[in-house]
Write a protein that binds this ligand. Structure first.
Ligand code: PHE
Length: 455
């Protein structure tokens, strides 16, 4: 197969652009919303340790596998499998990925909508109180208002579509190159403020001193699910982005850097949030509301706090946007390449479909609050099913594909840039993980976490 990309195919143009866009996909609401809320609910440091272990043994190898598949095939998530394994059913992995993209975007675009709404609320002084009850009320009012929920979600979808229509290099890459440094700078500002609060040490202790007594099978599955969600793997996002990588890009070293950057941002978000939470006597286990109630409450109790609230939510909006670009790119790339639709048509069609599916999540706290499956609203169901079922199953299938179908030789060829990099050992290490270790781990954690087997 000819691996040099045809001139007509858009892609990332520089090595820095590759890192910015891939990091932009990884860093998102997962770092500032999901990670702190799960860590707070699951006892702090013990969860953090499990999450890091899962990232190293599961998330990272699958990420490398996906990038290699995508760059070799130079195609979207479904077509990539059809190219590498013609006439076999492996493309279903990509098809499942498109489904996951819809389910994730359904709730993700809603939370992103709340984040954007909070920038305006904070800037106009609507959140200028330290009373958790009043803030809880404000958040409750927002999510229980069907009109506001839908409008913020649509605005988010329109923003993401606009960037995607501009293209891979002119839209995603050029924007992320500007946004990523801004995100790190804003995060540092918030951290310095949080760490200089009286009593910050207690929060740090919570984040770094492990207590394994609360760990159950469900906790381990949640940590593994987070490691998939965080690195955007298990649903073809990294296959799609890998297909935009340049041929001279070092895949393992890029993946490792993105993984380190992503874990760092999660830990920094934890350092920004938990000391402040403890310093003001809040509870760390507020769950998904942590971000929207606790953050304004803690920052509003300090001088210039209102400004930090705005900064924090701008940071969240930046992070969420980069991640959403990569989720929506999965179906867009498919429709564009496989059905021959223009990018514009593919993006608009996808966004309309997303608005329809997403409305069930947006209305989960109002009109559809009582519509439940397995005791979960649509919002919670999409969140749980994607991170804790679909991404792990997708990741498992990708391990099996690389380990047992594509094979070590082809995989190593892609990781070493056709033996030109001298990193064959690294390639062998990750192949061994993907063939034996990662799939068994995912399988066991998944069945145990869902209560199908009991360890
Ligand atoms: N990694 C993103 C985050 O942490 C979420 C995401 C999941 C993006 C799956 C792409 C694919 O917010």
């Amino acid at each position: 197969m000819n691996s040099s990309s045809p001139k007509s195919r858009d892609g990332f143009t520089s090595s820095l652009g590759v890192i910015a866009a891939t990091l932009g996909s990884a860093i998102g609401l997962g770092n500032i919303w999901k990670f702190p809320s799960l860590t707070g609910l699951n006892g702090g440091a013990a969860f953090l340790i499990l999450y890091v272990v899962c990232t190293l043994l599961v998330g990272l190898p699958v990420m490398i596998a996906e990038l290699a598949i995508g760059r070799r095939a130079k195609a979207n998530a479904i077509t990539s499998f059809q190219k590498l394994a013609p006439k076999q059913a492996w493309w279903l992995i990509g098809a499942a990925g498109v489904l996951s993209a819809f389910l994730i975007m359904a709730f993700y675009s809603e939370v992103a909508g709340w984040v954007f709404a909070y920038i305006f609320k904070a800037a106009t002084g609507a959140l200028a109180t330290t009373d958790p009850k009043a803030l809880g009320q404000a958040f409750g009012d927002l999510i229980a208002d069907p009109v506001q929920s839908l409008i913020w979600q649509w605005l988010v979808l329109i923003l993401v579509s606009g960037i995607l229509i501009a293209g891979v290099s002119k839209g995603i890459e050029s924007l992320e190159k500007k946004l990523m440094p801004a995100l790190f700078a804003l995060l540092l500002v918030v951290i310095v403020r949080s760490l200089t609060l009286p009593g910050a040490g207690q929060g740090l202790e919570f984040l770094f001193k492990p207590d394994f007594s609360k760990v159950t099978g469900a906790t381990i599955l949640a940590a593994m699910g987070l490691s998939f969600f965080k690195l955007s793997v298990g649903m073809g996002t990294m296959i799609t982005y890998g297909s935009y990588f340049r041929d001279d890009q070092n895949i393992p070293s890029t993946a490792i850097r993105v993984m380190l950057g992503d874990v760092l941002v999660s830990i920094l978000a934890g350092i920004a949030i938990f000391p402040a939470v403890f310093s003001f006597g809040f509870k760390p286990d507020a769950g998904p509301a942590l971000l929207f109630i606790t953050i304004p409450a803690v920052f509003n109790s300090i001088p210039l706090g209102g400004l930090f609230v705005v900064v924090f939510f701008v940071l969240g909006a930046i992070a969420a946007t980069g991640a959403m670009l990569s989720i929506v790119e999965v179906p867009v790339a498919f429709l564009n390449e496989q059905l021959g639709w223009s990018r514009k048509k593919a993006t608009i069609a996808t966004s309309i479909a997303l608005a329809v599916v997403g409305s069930t999540a947006a209305l989960s706290n109002s009109a559809l609050a009582n519509t439940k499956f397995f005791d979960k609203t649509f919002f919670d169901l999409y969140d749980f099913a994607s991170s804790n079922v679909l991404l792990p199953v997708g990741g498992l299938a990708i391990c099996l594909f690389v380990g047992w179908r594509w094979g070590g030789q082809e995989f190593a060829r892609e990781l070493t840039n056709r033996e030109s990099l001298g990193n064959i050992r690294v390639a062998r290490l990750f192949f061994g993980l993907l063939k034996f270790v990662t799939p068994i781990l995912v399988f066991v954690v998944l069945l145990n976490g869902l209560g199908i087997i009991k360890l």
